[in-house]
Design a protein. Structure first.
Length: 144
């Protein structure tokens, strides 16, 4: 688990496949984890009492987060991540189908680093993923 650079929190199987295809086509070899609902993501980062699980060797370089998730929605996941001192500096990119102003406003209020609406076109979707990964893994300098 020490080589996890990207955490993908996405419940749509088709979107996960398109993300993985874009990563593969880009030659990105970073380790990644996929969670299919918000509860899985929260359990990965926090124990049942809500404390960060410090046994993880290093936090990921990026969390790619959908908002419309089962069990615990993406907004709640974002709120938990950005309210904890151990996880608040992990870059979170909301990549969602929602273009609603209230979702964007709430995400930025909670501390999201970027908010992108998923394009319907498969080629544009793949290009968005390539650009997101390129920026956050190659250009951005994390707090570490």
């Amino acid at each position: 688990m020490d080589n996890i650079d990207i955490v993908i929190v996405e419940d749509n199987y088709h979107d996960v496949e398109m993300i993985l295809d874009a990563l593969n086509e880009s030659g990105i070899k970073s380790g990644f984890l996929i969670f299919r609902d918000g509860a899985e993501a929260v359990q990965y980062f926090f124990d049942p009492t809500g404390k960060f699980i410090s046994g993880k060797l290093r936090p990921p370089k990026l969390i790619l987060l959908d908002l419309k998730l089962p069990k615990i929605n993406g907004t709640e996941v974002l709120k938990l991540l950005k309210s904890d001192d151990k996880t608040k500096y992990i870059p979170v990119v909301v990549f969602t189908s929602s273009n609603e102003a209230r979702d964007r406003k709430e995400s930025y209020k909670l501390g999201v680093n970027s908010y992108l609406v998923k394009p319907l076109d498969a080629d544009q979707f793949a290009e968005h993923i390539r650009q997101i990964i390129s920026y956050w893994l190659n250009l951005n300098i994390n707090v570490d």
